[in-house]
Design a protein around this ligand. Structure first.
Ligand SMILES: *[C@@H]1O[C@H](CO)[C@@H](O)[C@H](O)[C@H]1NC(C)=O
Ligand SMILES: *[C@@H]1O[C@H](CO)[C@@H](O)[C@H](O)[C@H]1NC(C)=O
Ligand SMILES: *[C@@H]1O[C@H](CO)[C@@H](O)[C@H](O)[C@H]1NC(C)=O
Ligand SMILES: *[C@@H]1O[C@H](CO)[C@@H](O)[C@H](O)[C@H]1NC(C)=O
Ligand SMILES: *[C@@H]1O[C@H](CO)[C@@H](O)[C@H](O)[C@H]1NC(C)=O
Ligand SMILES: *[C@@H]1O[C@H](CO)[C@@H](O)[C@H](O)[C@H]1NC(C)=O
Length: 195
């Protein structure tokens, strides 16, 4: 499933470093460290001292992106994948895991809460969330000490099969991008005030 994304990266060229930057979400005041490509933004905010195994995140995507998934460790396999899609006025989210390039299955462990700033409007959908028990997973972890950790998002313009269900199946992604996330810059002293 990641082949298409890898192809895109190759097209973009490795000479251009796609690096994260700091921005404030106007809908909730959270300061995210994130990256925007093709009008898809993915951001992270981490606690100032990283012992809590959690982070805040967001996905902002045009409504033409029918689902977006984030590969927290930068590859599809053996990684915590966070997939989300718009459903009416809400966003359905689904932690997934894959050990082969097939539909990732539901993954138990993460405790996820949607936060203020989550909505669907005429042009965009937006998911803001707290993800607890999310920086380590079976066989891997979020490199919270890295200033340039590769993170991917992938997406599709094809709607998921059963949008009401977090366990919905969906077809292979046909869009995506990677970037270098600065997880050190993502650490925020105000973290605990934001939810
Ligand atoms: C991003 O959004 C702008 C403004 O709505 C639009 O003109 C542009 O075509 C969009 N680009 C992509 C890649 O979706
Ligand atoms: C945290 O997630 C892991 C899977 O990554 C799971 O095995 C574990 O039970 C979870 N811990 C808690 C306290 O929920
Ligand atoms: C829809 O949401 C997007 C993403 O937050 C925002 O940029 C845009 O201004 C919103 N559109 C309207 C009409 O509020
Ligand atoms: C995490 O990032 C640090 C700093 O870039 C690096 O030294 C370390 O090897 C990385 N750890 C893993 C498991 O990739
Ligand atoms: C999705 O995008 C592909 C490639 O641009 C296009 O051929 C296809 O018709 C689109 N599908 C939908 C459901 O919009
Ligand atoms: C999710 O869907 C798969 C495939 O349809 C099924 O095998 C599995 O039992 C479902 N899991 C849950 C928790 O409903």
């Amino acid at each position: 499933m990641l082949t298409a994304a890898l192809g895109l990266v190759a097209l973009c060229g490795s000479a251009l470093a796609q690096t994260s930057s700091t921005y404030t979400d106007p809908d909730n005041g959270i300061v995210f460290e994130g990256y925007t490509d093709q009008n898809v933004t993915v951001g992270f905010a981490l606690p100032p001292i990283n012992v809590d195994n959690e982070f805040l995140g967001e996905i902002i995507a045009p409504v033409t992106q029918q689902w977006v998934g984030i590969a927290l460790g930068g590859t599809m396999l053996d990684n915590l994948l966070l997939v989300a899609w718009p459903y009416g006025e809400n966003v359905v989210y689904s932690p997934r895991y894959a050990t082969s390039y097939t539909l990732p299955t539901l993954y138990d462990g993460p405790v996820i809460t949607s936060l203020v700033g989550t909505y669907v409007n005429e042009t965009y959908w937006k998911w803001v969330f707290r993800c607890q028990n999310c920086t380590t997973w079976e066989g891997g972890s979020l490199n919270t000490t890295s200033t340039s950790a590769t993170v991917y998002w992938v997406s599709s313009n094809v709607t998921v099969e059963d949008p009401a269900s977090a366990n919905s199946s969906f077809t292979k992604h046909n869009d995506g991008a990677s970037w270098d996330e600065n997880f050190v810059a993502a650490q925020q002293g105000l973290y605990w005030n934001w939810f």
